[in-house]
Design a protein around this ligand. Structure first.
Ligand code: AHM
Ligand code: MG
Length: 326
């Protein structure tokens, strides 16, 4: 059932905002709201740890690798533990898909939701005090509660997300999320330990002039991508690339822009993961008037075949993505 958006003033706490908007959600029984609160709580703990990163022994590599063969940072592992713990205690989720674990983790089999999360994205930026983020997608489980979890629950298309969001640990910490009724951003006030509504009803400019891409491997991009980059330069666009997906996406959401991680000769499906990086951001982009594609198809209609599947990713202002696709 579609209900109209309830406008709340800037400064409204996240808790109140979630509660007041609960009836927009078709299964409004309070569990999704609780899940969002659990994620927000874990993000506060992670935020606290990130802020102490230089002082205690939590910077640097673990000496282990994640499922994609990338070096795990100590904070990657810590953040994964914090989110897993919060979601386990909360009891609303039956399964957790994480960048940091090979297969999904069973949580409470009576939970109605499946969560996909990148607990700490851009973690190679931790040691150098550059913004990093958490990305999450929430799905309704398909099987009956109490039944065994199956691929049907886990490998859902992005268009089946019931909520998605990210936390940006930047010059201030922000939580941005959607439940399919627009996008709202909340800024964390550390002395009060609360998120407050600071960016209501976020809309991405329809067009922009910022392009964000790691051009290092440009020699191995397709001719189409090379042509688009030439177009950006010929039109005096501005290049901005932080190397933290959440931070690059957030800037483009506010200012208008396109983020591209294309296929390369080394990574034929690109680098980013469909289930816990691209789906959430594509959903947010669309809710804010932008779009997200793999170069051929809308990200949200791609059918995941495996948990850690990668995909090329073009996301941002609608007209810029359209131009890139030309
Ligand atoms: P991660 O999940 O291992 O942190 O990798 C994802 C990150 C994104 O945040 C960022 O946009 C991208 O990798 C940067 O990759 P590159 O260094 O190849 O430009
Ligand atoms: Mg990541």
């Amino acid at each position: 059932m579609e209900t109209s958006r309830i406008a709340l003033p800037i400064g409204t706490t996240l808790d109140r905002f979630i509660k007041n908007n609960q009836e927009q959600f078709q299964y409004a029984s309070g569990e999704l709201s609780q899940l969002l609160r659990d994620i927000a709580l874990a993000s506060k703990v992670v935020n606290r740890e990130i802020n102490k990163a230089g002082l205690i022994d939590i910077v640097g590599a673990m000496g282990s690798q994640n499922t994609g063969g990338e070096q795990q940072q100590k904070l990657d592992v810590l953040a994964n533990i914090r989110f897993t713990r919060a979601l386990t205690k909360g009891g609303e989720a039956c399964a957790l898909i994480s960048e940091e674990t090979e297969s999904y983790v069973d949580l409470n089999n009576h939970g109605k939701y499946v969560i996909a999360i990148d607990p700490l994205d851009g973690s190679s930026n931790i040691d150098v005090n550059v913004s990093i983020g958490t990305i999450f997608s929430i799905y309704r489980r398909k099987s009956q509660v109490g039944q065994p979890i199956s691929d049907r629950d886990i490998l859902q298309r992005g268009e089946e997300q019931v909520a998605a969001g990210y936390i940006l640990y930047g010059s201030s910490t922000m939580l941005v999320y959607t439940t399919g009724h627009g996008v709202n951003g909340f800024t964390y006030e550390p002395s009060l330990g609360e998120y407050f509504l600071s960016h209501p009803d976020m809309m991405m400019p329809e067009d922009g002039k910022i392009y964000s891409i790691n051009e290092g491997p440009a020699h191995s991009f397709s001719e189409a991508v090379k042509n688009y980059l030439k177009y950006c330069k010929d039109n005096n666009y501005t290049a901005r690339y932080i190397g933290s997906l959440v931070a690059d996406f957030h800037r483009n959401l506010l200012k208008g822009g396109i983020y591209i991680y294309p296929a390369t000769a080394k990574d034929v499906n690109g680098k980013l993961r469909l289930m816990y990086e691209c789906n959430a951001l594509a959903f947010i982009a669309e809710q804010a008037g932008g779009s997200g594609t793999d170069g051929k198809e809308r990200i949200l209609t791609l059918k995941p075949e495996s948990l850690h599947q990668r995909t090329p990713f073009y996301v941002g202002s609608k007209k810029m993505v359209e131009q890139a696709m030309k």
